[in-house]
Design a protein around this ligand. Structure first.
Ligand SMILES: [Zn+2]
Length: 448
C-alpha cells in the first residue's frame, strides 16, 4: 500500500507544518477548558476556523450551553466505512500556584509547548487536525471518510460529550476504526523499542467502606472505635492479593513482552501466562512502568481515596468511612468485585457500591495492530507496538461498535506521561511531530 498516494500538489515542508502545529496547540491551551465548567465551545470555534478555509464540512453540536462537540468529515470514496480521529477538548483544572509557568499560557520554550492539556490531549487534537488539513490540502484520495471528532466532557465522564454524540447523533460518528488518546508511550526493552496501543480499557466500581463503633468523650480511649476498625480493614485491603484474570488483550501483551525480554524476563512472563498471580505480576523483572501496566491489566483493583471521620477534636466519631476507586477488567461486574472486596476486608465493616460501570471497550484487532506495527517500524527502525489494557478510561467507552485504539506515538520515553494531570504539563515539539507523522501514516495505510 502506498503511503503517499499522490504527488503533493502544494509546496510542502515539515518545518512549516511544525510551526503550524505548535501555533495551534499553543492557541488551544490558551483557551481554558477546565472541566468543570468546560466551555469547550471555544475550542470547537477555533478548530472550525481551521477547517473552513479548506472547505472541510463540519458541525458544532452543543449538548448544553457552551458544551460543544465538533464533528468534521472529509469524504472518501465510500468503499470502506469511516475512520475517526477522536479527541477531547476539555482538560482537568490546574492550581497556578503549583506551576512554574502559568498553566494556560501556551508558552513555547525549550523545544516544548507548556500548559494544561499539552499532553492530555490538545496536542493530539492539534495533530489530528493537521492530518486532516494535509490530506484535504493535498487532495489525497481516500477509500473511506475521515472524521475528526472533538468531544466535550471527557474528564468528567463523557456524558455531555462522547455518550451524548453516540446517543443523539450516531449517524455522524459511526466509524470502523478510531485513533484516540491512551497509547503511544515508548519503552526501550532489551528486544527493542515498543509503543503502547490501548486496545481495551477498564470499567469502574466506586465503593465505600464504612465502620461503626461507640462514640463518646475522647478522653476515654476505646479500642473498638470506628476509626480503628476502619484502619484494620484498610490494612487487610493492602495485604489483599486479588485473583488474576487473563483477558485476551493482556494475553497478547504478555506474549509480546516474553519476546522482548529474552532469558529470565521471558521465563517469568511465561510462568505468568501459565498461572497468573498477583505476586507473579508484581515481581516481573521488567521496566517498572510496564510492570504497572501488567499488574493493572491482570487484576481488578480498589484504591482508597477519600477518608472521612469525626467532626470535633474531642469527640469519638461513631462512624468512619473511606471511598475506594475500583477499576474493573473488561467483562467484570461491579457487584462481583464489591463482593470480593467485602470478603477481603472482613465483616466488621460494611462495603457498598456507589457507582459501577462494566467495561465493554475491547478492540483487539490483529489486522489493525499489524498496520500500526508497520507504521511505528517505518518511523523508528525495529520498533513494535504493544497492545495493552488502559487502567483508566477514555471516550472509547462511549463507542461500543467502533474499534477505538489509543494511538499517538511519542518519541520520548514513557516518563513524560507522568506529567498528565500534573503541574508543569508540557509536550515536546519533537514528540508532537513524531505523533503527527505516525498518525498521518496510519490513516493513509488504512485508507488509501
Ligand atoms: Zn484525556
Amino acid at each position: 500500500m502506498p503511503t503517499t498516494p499522490e504527488p503533493m500538489p502544494l509546496p510542502f515542508s515539515w518545518a512549516a507544518q511544525e510551526r503550524h502545529l505548535v501555533g495551534l496547540l499553543s492557541a488551544l491551551i490558551r483557551l481554558d477548558t477546565s472541566n468543570p465548567p468546560g466551555h469547550e465551545i471555544a475550542v470547537a470555534r477555533r478548530l472550525s476556523r481551521e477547517l473552513s478555509p479548506l472547505g472541510i464540512a463540519h458541525t458544532v453540536l452543543e449538548s448544553a450551553p457552551g458544551r460543544a462537540n465538533l464533528v468534521a468529515r472529509l469524504p472518501g470514496s465510500g468503499q470502506e466505512p469511516p475512520l475517526m480521529l477522536l479527541g477531547h477538548a476539555d482538560v482537568v483544572g490546574a492550581l497556578p500556584g503549583q506551576w512554574t509557568r502559568p498553566p494556560f499560557s501556551g508558552e513555547v520554550a525549550d523545544g516544548r509547548v507548556w500548559g494544561r492539556g499539552a499532553l492530555d490531549m490538545k496536542g493530539q487534537v492539534a495533530a489530528s487536525l493537521l492530518v486532516m488539513q494535509l490530506i484535504a490540502a493535498h487532495r489525497m484520495r481516500l477509500r473511506r471518510d475521515l472524521l475528526l471528532v472533538v468531544t466535550a466532557d471527557e474528564e468528567a465522564g463523557s456524558r455531555l460529550g462522547a455518550y451524548w454524540l453516540w446517543e443523539n447523533h450516531r449517524s455522524l460518528v459511526e466509524a470502523e476504526f478510531a485513533f484516540n488518546e491512551g497509547g503511544g508511550q515508548r519503552f526501550l526493552t532489551p528486544g527493542g523499542p515498543v509503543y503502547t496501543v490501548q486496545v481495551a480499557e477498564k470499567g469502574s466500581a466506586r465503593m465505600r467502606i464504612t465502620a461503626r463503633g461507640p462514640g463518646g468523650h475522647a478522653s476515654v480511649p476505646r479500642s473498638e472505635a470506628a476509626v480503628f476498625t476502619l484502619a484494620e480493614a484498610l490494612l487487610r485491603l493492602r495485604a489483599f492479593a486479588p485473583r488474576s484474570v487473563l483477558h485476551p488483550a493482556a494475553h497478547r501483551m504478555l506474549g509480546i513482552l516474553a519476546e522482548l525480554h529474552p532469558g529470565t524476563g521471558a521465563q517469568a512472563v511465561e510462568r505468568l501466562l501459565e498461572a497468573p498471580t498477583w505476586a507473579g505480576a508484581n515481581s516481573l523483572p521488567i521496566d517498572p512502568v510496564l510492570r504497572e501496566f501488567v499488574v493493572a491489566g491482570l487484576h481488578n483493583t480498589a484504591t482508597p481515596t477519600l477518608l472521612s471521620a469525626g467532626h470535633r477534636q474531642n469527640v469519638v466519631p461513631v462512624e468512619a468511612s473511606v471511598v475506594l476507586d475500583g477499576r474493573l477488567l473488561p467483562g467484570q461486574s461491579p457487584e462481583d468485585w464489591v463482593a470480593e472486596v467485602r470478603k477481603a476486608v472482613g465483616d466488621r465493616v460494611e462495603v457498598s457500591l456507589l457507582h459501577g460501570r462494566e467495561s465493554r471497550a475491547v478492540h483487539d484487532d490483529p489486522e489493525l495492530l499489524r498496520v500500526l506495527g508497520d507504521t511505528v517500524a517505518a518511523h523508528e527502525p525495529g520498533a513494535r507496538v504493544l497492545p495493552y489494557v488502559n487502567p483508566a478510561s477514555t471516550d472509547a467507552r462511549a463507542f461500543p461498535d467502533t474499534k477505538v485504539v489509543g494511538f499517538f506515538p511519542s518519541a520520548s520515553d514513557a516518563d513524560v506521561m507522568r506529567l498528565i494531570h500534573a503541574p508543569d504539563e508540557h509536550a515536546r515539539i519533537t514528540d508532537l511531530m513524531f505523533g503527527g507523522k505516525c498518525l498521518l501514516d496510519a490513516v493513509l495505510r488504512l485508507s488509501t
